[in-house]
Design a protein around this ligand. Structure first.
Ligand code: MLT
Ligand code: MN
Ligand code: ZN
Length: 302
């Protein structure tokens, strides 16, 4: 399988429109190369290259797709190789881009019952899209593997990941297992498995077992530290209050995944994160612990 990172930043992107922190300043400055700008969280994935799925549809989708013309349908006046969109949750940064796909054919949307509820009630994107391209919903649930017809070699298994529903969701304070999904994606041709989990608050034994049995981990890279948002806003939320496991500290992601030797790439990196600056001590520690940072246009072949 081939994975193309469309967007590697968390919500807000890098630089964020209203932010003047050192990372955002640096990413805005075209004369420097130490910190590269990043769009919001999304990947595209294919088995043979003929058909693709998007995981998440970010507010930056127009820019992302225009930067990756391989997704256009060849030899046609209009058309796309994108056959479906799979959602990991109903967060703004993973869903607003659905609106921008309205010029296409009926949208094949794979998401949990909880995510569909959010997107048809409090943030009714799918209701609005009925007046444009239309939406066909494919219900997916933790533990139940599914496939997308146009990508016959890939098997997708959703895993109930413990994170947060968005602030606007009716489930924000009463989490349900389908609010956030991680995915194990198995390629029957290459016999390789990707574990994609851009929002993780806790690594429970079920998720860890999937992690042990994969060939590449593409994981929640939002925060280096639990208190990272304290430098930027008051009152601020701790990483876990936002549904994310920070990677430093004795209970952090790096410590919890120490035994896993497969390649580990972090995605959905927040603009506050010190590792974005490759000259930082934190970035050096991350590399020593066997982690890499995703960047926009990064490709992973499995
Ligand atoms: C998150 O992943 O926690 C959200 O993207 C935060 C946000 O919407 O700003
Ligand atoms: Mn997010
Ligand atoms: Zn910033």
């Amino acid at each position: 399988m081939r994975i193309h990172v469309l967007g590697s930043s968390a919500g807000g992107g890098l630089p964020q429109w209203n932010c003047n922190c050192p990372n955002c300043q640096s990413a805005r400055d075209l004369k420097q190369t130490a910190i590269s700008a990043r769009t919001q969280s999304s990947i595209a994935l294919t088995d043979t290259g003929d058909a693709w799925v998007l995981f998440n549809a970010s507010p930056d989708i127009r820019q992302q797709l225009n930067a990756f013309p391989e997704l256009l349908k060849p030899n046609a006046l209009r058309g796309t190789k994108i056959k479906a969109v799979i959602l990991v949750d109903s967060q703004i940064d993973h869903t607003l881009g659905l609106m921008l796909l309205r010029e296409g054919e009926t949208l094949q949307l794979y998401c949990s019952a909880q995510v569909y509820e959010d997107l048809s009630t409090r943030l009714p994107l799918v209701n609005i899209l009925q007046y444009y391209c239309g939406v066909q919903h494919h219900l997916i649930s933790p533990g139940l593997a599914f496939s997308v017809p146009e990508l016959p070699f890939l098997e997708f298994t959703p895993i109930g990941s413990l994170s947060k529903a968005p602030p606007y969701s009716a489930h924000r304070e009463n989490p349900e297992l389908g609010d956030n999904l991680a995915f194990s994606i198995y390629d029957q041709k290459t016999k390789k498995t990707l574990l994609y989990a851009p929002a993780i608050e806790k690594i429970d034994p079920d998720l860890y077992a999937y992690m042990e049995n994969c060939d590449h981990l593409l994981l929640d890279g939002t925060f280096w530290s639990v208190d990272e948002m304290s430098a930027i806003s008051t009152p601020y939320k701790k990483a876990y209050e936002m549904g994310h496991l920070a990677y430093s500290g004795p209970e952090g992601m790096m410590a919890q995944l120490r035994e896993l030797s497969c390649p580990k790439t972090l995605i959905h990196i927040n603009n506050t994160n010190p590792v974005l600056d490759q000259r930082s001590e934190q970035y050096q520690i991350l590399k020593e612990q066997g982690f890499d940072l995703a960047y926009d246009t990064l490709e992973i072949l499995l």
